[in-house]
Each structure stands twice: as structure tokens, then as C-alpha cells.
Design a protein around this ligand. Structure first.
Ligand SMILES: Cc1cc2nc3c(=O)[nH]c(=O)nc-3n(C[C@H](O)[C@H](O)[C@H](O)COP(=O)(O)OP(=O)(O)OC[C@H]3O[C@@H](n4cnc5c(N)ncnc54)[C@H](O)[C@@H]3O)c2cc1C
Length: 399
């Protein structure tokens, strides 16, 4: 198969890849996206939750074709059965298979080309510079030459590794996710996301119920991969959770199973090489607290594409030129993700009793501050109401 040369090849048509492709194409960059899936968006590996701000930041308006439910907040369930209700600005549970197709359609309308069922095998290099990819479609292998390659191929990016960037996740910084999409549920509060914590429920992780309507929801779990062992894998914990809540799940059945890994630390050393950039899960650009990555991936993809397009226009796709993307990211969103990473480590140190106390003393505003990585005022709350937790909080959250 003979493929023409491109200015930019994007590997992966997830949220990161299709947003990067759209912004590249809008800037007049001749762009090709390849995805190994035969149908974009399917199967999904996601609980499909996103907040309105995450969509608005890249100019996407919520669309009834891919919004299944509107969400007004989340209920945090403590190990002992306590609840903290947090109302935040609007959010949604999507039908991600359709959402991803629409992102691709928008990129195509902007001028990008797509090839599905096309697997990128490896990056092609001349010395240290990436000059294209080797790919395969229906058993046929071929080369695609390109000034710039963007790896948006998700967790454990193979393309980045073949180019020379280590994207491997450590088992202690990697959540193992397992989820059923279920129908026939008896849901309490289907405009809220429900998060369940506790060592017996989900060690160093949580169980979620993300409603997709009155009686349909994504019911899933993420636990640290290092906690997973025979009989106590993510799926075992989730099955036990479902069995122990007959009032919710008694008449329900799964209509889908979804599994996947979630990077919960920003541990990739570099995002750029000569002629090469990585973005989204591939670059571990994920919220380390809840594992949400769609909004972050799309925000990073916009920045990545803007810098990439300008570099192509200038005829300089060197690592030094492309570093503008990495520098801007690390100095803005990266700072927040590093702070949230510390919060994740702090939360992992709490036992169930500490967690109970923690949930007891924190107000809705405190929780919103925590999720925004604003910790200062919380030290006062800990000092007054939970002095036992204060040293741990100071150790992990100050500075
Ligand atoms: C169980 C679970 C629940 C989650 N829930 C949420 C949630 O509720 N909200 C949220 O925001 N995030 C959630 N996430 C995280 C979210 O799914 C990711 O952060 C997001 O998909 C990252 O987007 P991406 O485009 O970087 O990667 P992906 O969406 O993973 O896209 C990568 C694409 O690359 C393609 N690809 C891979 N290798 C190749 C190759 N060699 N050649 C060609 N194509 C290739 C894949 O087919 C895929 O289409 C969840 C993750 C899991 C596992």
C-alpha cells in the first residue's frame, strides 16, 4: 500500500488523538490519524464521566447525541456508610463510543484523514529523529513518512517506547480498572456520581457508580495494580461490592464489561523528541486522584497541536522547538497534577478509621478545595478537628 507523505501522523483516535488532529487540520497541517480499532470508540474503556468545564475549555458543546445524563455533583461514601455530598458545576456521563466518533468527524471536517483498523507497529527513526511510522492494515505492512508523529495511543504507549521514551507504568502508580455497564438498577440519586471508599471495598482506590439514566450505570472499580492478587483482583472486589448491595443491584444485569489500566502518576520523563510528541494517557496526563483523563487529554492535545502546527510551519520540528509544549504543560497543568499526586499518596496512608474521621470533618467546600489541589486552609481544619492526621497531611501536602 502506498500512502502519501503527511505533515503530521497521529497514532490513536481517542480523545487526545482526535482533538490533536482537529487543531492541526484547522491550522492547515496535512494530518493523518491511524487507529487499530475497526470502529472508533469501541470498545470503551471508561466510566464516561466528564465535567462541563472539561468540554468548554476546548470549545465542545454538550450534545444530546452523546450525553446520557446530566450530573450535579458527587456523593462520597465512607467505609462505615457515611456520606459527603458535593455539588459542583455541571457534569455529564457520556455515551463515549458516540462521543469519540463525533470528535473524529469534527477532525475529518476540519481536513484530517483517518485510517481505522490500522495498527502503528513502530516509529521510524533517522538517527535521533522520528520521520514516520511503520503500520499495518489487514495484514499488509507499509511506511508512512511524516514531519511530525504524535503518539496518542493511550496507556503504556508502544509507539513512544519504540521511539525511545519510557512510558511504562510502575505497579504502585497504576490502577487496574474493571467495570460493568449495568441495567435494571435501583439507583438512589441518579444525577450524582457515587464513590465508595474503604480498604475492604477497594484498597487504595474506589468503587464508582456513574448513572447513565434512571436505572442504567457504569459500575466499576479502580485499585492499585500492586494490590491485585489471586482472589483479590479488581473484579473480585467489584463482584463482592455488588453482592453486598442487593437493594441496588438485585434486579440488574451487565450489558457490557470494560477493563483497562489507568496511570495515576505523571511519571513520563519527557513528552518530546525530534519530530515526535506524546499526549494523553500515553504521557500519563491523568488526574491521579480519580483517574479521569478525557478532559486533561483533550486540553493537552490542543496545546500539543498548537505547538506542533507552528513548528511545522516554521520548518523546525526539533526537540528544542517542540519543548514549548512540554514546558507550558509542566508549568501549568503539570504543577496541579503533581500536587494531586501528593494527595493520592496521603490518602493511601489513611486507614479506614482515619478516612472515616476525614470524611466526618470535611465540608463540601473543603472537598472541592482538595480536588483543586488547594490545601493550605485544610491544615487549620486538621489541627482543630483531627490532630492525629495533621502530621501526615503536613508531610505529604505542604510545600
Ligand atoms: C475503567 C476506566 C474508567 C475510566 N473512567 C473515566 C471517566 O469516567 N472519565 C474520564 O475522564 N476518564 C476516565 N478514564 C480514563 C480515560 O479513559 C483516559 O484517560 C482517556 O481515554 C485518555 O484518552 P487518550 O486519547 O489519551 O487515550 P485512549 O482513549 O486510550 O485512546 C488511545 C487510542 O489509541 C489507539 N491505539 C493504541 N495503540 C495503537 C496502535 N499501535 N496503533 C494504532 N492505534 C492505537 C487505541 O485503539 C485508542 O483508540 C477511565 C479509564 C478506565 C480504564
Amino acid at each position: 500500500m502506498k500512502i502519501p507523505d503527511y505533515d503530521a501522523v497521529v497514532v490513536g483516535a481517542g480523545p487526545a488523538g482526535s482533538i490533536a488532529a482537529r487543531f492541526l487540520a484547522e491550522k492547515g497541517v496535512k494530518t493523518l490519524v491511524v487507529d487499530k480499532k475497526q470502529e472508533i470508540g469501541t470498545p470503551k474503556r471508561c466510566a464516561e464521566g466528564i465535567n462541563l468545564g472539561g468540554l468548554e475549555k476546548i470549545g465542545i458543546k454538550p450534545d444530546p447525541r452523546w450525553v446520557t445524563s446530566e450530573i450535579t455533583g458527587s456523593t462520597i461514601h465512607s467505609p462505615g456508610g457515611g456520606k459527603v455530598v458535593c455539588k459542583f458545576s455541571k457534569g455529564y456521563v457520556l455515551e463515549r463510543k458516540i462521543f469519540e466518533k463525533h470528535l473524529a468527524m469534527d477532525a475529518i471536517r476540519a481536513g484530517a484523514r483517518y485510517m481505522v483498523k490500522t495498527r502503528a507497529i513502530e516509529a521510524i527513526k533517522e538517527g535521533d529523529k522520528v520521520t514516520g511510522i511503520r503500520a499495518e492494515f489487514m495484514g499488509e505492512e507499509f511506511t508512512i513518512n511524516s514531519k511530525l508523529v504524535i503518539a496518542a495511543d493511550g496507556v503504556d504507549s508502544k509507539i513512544a517506547r519504540s521511539a525511545g521514551i519510557n512510558t511504562t507504568n510502575k505497579m504502585t502508580d497504576y490502577h487496574s480498572g474493571f467495570q460493568y455497564e449495568m441495567a435494571g438498577l435501583n439507583l438512589e440519586g441518579h444525577d450524582m456520581l457515587h464513590l465508595y471508599f474503604g480498604n475492604e471495598i477497594a484498597p487504595k482506590g474506589y468503587v464508582w457508580i456513574f448513572p447513565k439514566g434512571k436505572d442504567v450505570a457504569n459500575v466499576g472499580i479502580g485499585i492499585l495494580a500492586s494490590q491485585s492478587e489471586e482472589g483479590n483482583r479488581a473484579r473480585d472486589y467489584l463482584d463482592r461490592f455488588i453482592e453486598s448491595h442487593p437493594e441496588t443491584f438485585g434486579n440488574s444485569s451487565p450489558i457490557e464489561i470494560n477493563t483497562g489500566g489507568i496511570p495515576v502518576s505523571s511519571s513520563v520523563d519527557t513528552f518530546v523528541m525530534d519530530g515526535f510528541m506524546i499526549v494523553g494517557d500515553a504521557a500519563h496526563q491523568v488526574n491521579p486522584i480519580h483517574g479521569g483523563g478525557m478532559a486533561i487529554a483533550m486540553k493537552a492535545a490542543k496545546l500539543c497541536a498548537e505547538v506542533g502546527a507552528q513548528a511545522i510551519k516554521e520548518g523546525n520540528v526539533s526537540k528544542e522547538r517542540l519543548y514549548e509544549y512540554e514546558k507550558t504543560w509542566r508549568e501549568t497543568e503539570g504543577v496541579k497534577l503533581q500536587k494531586l499526586f501528593k494527595l493520592r499518596i496521603f490518602l493511601e496512608k489513611l486507614n479506614d478509621n482515619d478516612f472515616e474521621k476525614f470524611a466526618d470533618i470535611l465540608s463540601e467546600e473543603d472537598i472541592i478545595k482538595l480536588t483543586n489541589a488547594e490545601y493550605k486552609s485544610l491544615f487549620k481544619t486538621f489541627a482543630r478537628k483531627a490532630p492525629k492526621i495533621l502530621p501526615l497531611a503536613l508531610k505529604f501536602l505542604s510545600g
